[in-house]
Design a protein. Structure first.
Length: 699
């Protein structure tokens, strides 16, 4: 479609320099092609005309035909509005405008027949319509016959320049008028035939100007399938290339480190799920191919232990290994647990973070280079170019969602032959999203918690139950338990949040004069943070008041109560993460969600889901349904083009699966995409890459 992509939207009739600038700013629409791919977000059926006598308050948008009997301005100041009486012979209804009064007044013609389009609402017991669309009937007769009307999203700024949905529709209409050619196909003919798809030219015209719902559905199907297919083809092709070009370090020795550790250092039996995922990884690492695996498992499912065992396999094969965590606190915790667990095996372990002192840093650097240092644990300080390994065989990345794709990629380059990569995440990812964001990774799932864990009990309290909460907290402390109290910390109102946090800290001190309270937040120096963490972890303090810095990984088994203040300000997966900080010991744990009374419907639902289930996957699915994948935590950095133009990862999972199947099928038959009929695929992939779509890949 090279032609369409080189035609500048500025020269389209009805656009011009000013509107072109707005289209570019607001929609990133620059070329004809961009506009064609700016799809309607829904359609309304305007073939049906309702009568005023049929109107009901709970109707969706409807269309009336009639004329305006009278028009007047009423009210003063903020209540000032334009009110019209509209009649169609079956009754009358009030139309109301609060904005653009002058414009409405100036444009309404007496005695003309109008089409009114809007949603009925109720005011003072009577039905009215607020801010309806008005069109002259005579000018729009032909459109009524076509029925389905596209609706385009537009911004406030666009509307103020009269670029509303209808105007966009008009521009697209002009575009197809001035571009009479056939839009070139972007899928191979054999795929079109095999799956009986609408050809691109027809699909694009139909998506903007549907003749009926059936054709529209076929067009939408084709465009969705194409979008998801190319994402899958791209991911799977890169994965293929990796398999072709990269030789994996072969770990075929089962040596003494793993055996000793397994036999003598684990006080419990591994769960079946842990055994299974370790087996999956051993297979990868013994195969001669490079492992790229995502390990998913809910908080507390024992991923860290699995990672350590896999790391020991690397050591048994004389390779070095490193583990990267998203925060210093976490890296420090991993270091402590792991160093303690492997101490008696005589393994060299070091911790490297941004605050490692220069002398220590140099010592570590040297020991890594000469190969003495076997396990390195740290933050993104590990990625720096000054960190050079003698022979790095395995990289483990914990809590993956905090790391950008680029950071992952840099770890690859730490050895001439890229190391095996194990990515661990405690944020369960819905299947469709995983297939898309991590489509290049193999996936292992730990779907079983160690035995004996009691499910966390979650309660939702409004603020008026604070006394009751305090009594409960006192009881738990009397039993010897520890408590987290978490406050939100969001950049926009950092000052206010900080005030809430310190007030919360003082409040807890005052309410529990016999308890020791510590505070941890992101503004503290890391030494201070660590000191406070230590006081809490050692059991000296009973209460920790903190921001979400404790969200991931922190492990204090005796802490069995998590209070989340202003819980309405957290997303579902974040709430789940926070809750995962408790329930790590043998005691019954509790999570209390504190909110104000006034909750939006969606927030109420979030609280309801949290109190109902502990299942991370169910929560992740619900989160994606409620917010859409673009807002899911961690996906921002994943680099996936979440501005999917038409497909929806929640609703279109079957189409996604089909797209993936087709892509696999293509690559099985033509792994390097060399065959003539597939050249269109190569061109299209290149074009998508040029469009600077970052596909969420290590490449
Ligand atoms: P995750 O990293 O998945 O959140 P961890 O590896 O930190 O979980 O494990 C949580 C706790 O459970 C740790 O204290 C760990 O020692 C313990 N644990 C891990 N696997 C088992 C098991 N199979 N049986 C009993 N306890 C286990
Ligand atoms: Mg963990």
């Amino acid at each position: 479609m090279s032609e369409l992509s080189t035609l500048n939207i500025m020269y389209l009739p009805g656009v011009g320099p000013k509107r072109a600038e707005i289209l570019k700013q607001e929609l990133r629409v620059v070329s004809y092609e961009d506009l064609i791919y700016y799809f309607p977000y829904r359609y309304v059926d305007r073939s049906r005309i309702y009568t005023i006598s049929e109107m009901q308050p709970d109707m969706q948008h409807i269309q009336l035909k009639g004329h305006i009997a009278s028009l007047r301005t009423v009210g003063e100041g903020r209540g000032k509005r334009m009110s019209a009486v509209f009649t169609d012979g079956t009754g009358q209804v009030e139309l109301v405008w609060f904005k653009g009064l002058k414009f409405v007044k100036g444009s309404i013609q007496a005695n003309a027949t109008y089409l009114v389009f809007g949603k009925p609402s109720v005011f003072n017991g009577a039905i009215n319509m607020v801010h309806p669309e008005l069109e002259l009937y005579d000018e729009n007769k032909s459109r009524i016959q076509s029925g389905l009307q596209p609706q385009y999203n537009t911004s406030e700024k666009m509307k103020s320049h009269f670029l509303n949905s209808k105007a966009i529709q008009k521009l697209v209409f002009n575009l197809f008028q001035s571009y009479q050619g056939k839009i070139p196909e972007s899928l191979p003919a054999w795929i079109i035939e095999k799956y009986r798809l609408t050809i691109l030219n027809d699909a694009l015209r139909t998506i903007h100007f549907p003749k009926d719902t059936q054709l529209l559905e076929k067009a939408r199907f084709r465009l969705k399938l194409e979008e998801l297919f190319y994402i899958q083809l791209n991911i799977l092709r890169l994965k293929n290339q990796r398999t072709f070009h990269i030789k994996g370090h072969i770990f075929n020795t089962v040596g003494s480190y793993l055996n000793l550790f397994y036999k003598e250092h684990i006080p419990f039996e591994l769960t079946n799920a842990q055994k299974r995922v370790i087996r999956e990884m051993r297979q990868d690492m013994g195969s001669g191919r490079q492992m790229n695996r995502l390990l998913q498992g809910d908080v507390g499912s024992g991923k860290t232990l699995v990672a350590l065992m896999v790391m020991l396999i690397a050591l048994d094969n004389s390779y070095q290994t490193c583990l990267m965590a998203p925060t210093e606190i976490l890296a420090g915790q991993h270091f402590e647990t792991i160093a303690e667990q492997v101490a008696s095996l005589g393994i060299q372990v070091a911790l490297l973070t941004g605050s490692t002192k220069k002398a220590e840093r140099e010592r570590i650097h040297a020991a890594l280079r000469n190969g003495e240092m076997q396990i390195l644990i740290g933050t993104h300080a590990l990625i720096e170019d000054t960190v050079v390994f003698k022979n790095l065989g395995l990289v483990v990345i914990d809590e993956q969602h905090r790391f950008g794709v680029q950071q992952r990629a840099r770890l690859w380059k730490k050895n001439l032959n890229p190391p095996h990569v194990l990515v661990m995440t405690a944020t369960p990812i819905p299947r469709t999203l995983a297939m898309t964001v991590y489509g290049d990774l193999e996936v292992s799932v730990i779907d079983e918690l160690p035995p004996g864990r009691k499910p966390i009990q979650t309660m939702h309290y409004f603020h008026n139950r604070r006394n009751q909460l305090n009594r409960f907290l006192q009881e738990e402390m009397d039993k010897g338990r520890q408590i987290y109290v978490v406050y939100p910390l969001i950049d926009e109102s950092e000052k206010l949040d900080f005030k809430n946090l310190t007030e919360g800290y003082e409040y807890m001190q005052k309410s529990f004069p016999h308890a020791q309270v510590v505070m941890v937040h992101g503004r503290m120096k890391s030494a201070e943070k660590e000191a406070a963490m230590h006081i809490f972890a050692s059991g000296q303090a009973q209460i920790m008041v903190a921001t979400t810095v404790i969200e991931v990984g922190v492990n204090v088994p005796n802490a069995s109560v998590m209070v989340i203040e202003s819980a309405e300000r957290f997303g579902l997966s974040q709430l789940h993460q926070l809750r995962g900080r408790v329930g790590r010991g043998a005691e019954q744990s509790h999570c209390v969600l504190m909110t104000s009374f006034k909750l939006a419907e969606e927030t109420r639902k979030r609280m309801e889901i949290m109190t109902r289930t502990n299942d991370g996957f169910e929560i992740a699915e619900a989160d994606m349904k409620m917010r859409g994948p673009g807002d899911l935590e961690g996906t921002q950095q994943s680099g996936l083009p979440f501005d999917l133009k038409i497909a929806n990862l929640t609703r279109d999972s079957q189409i996604l699966q089909l797209g993936r199947d087709i892509a696999m099928n293509v690559l099985e038959q033509d792994p390097l995409l060399e065959q003539a009929p597939n050249q269109i695929l190569v061109r299209q992939l290149r074009k998508l890459a040029r469009a600077k779509i970052n596909w969420g890949m290590i490449s």
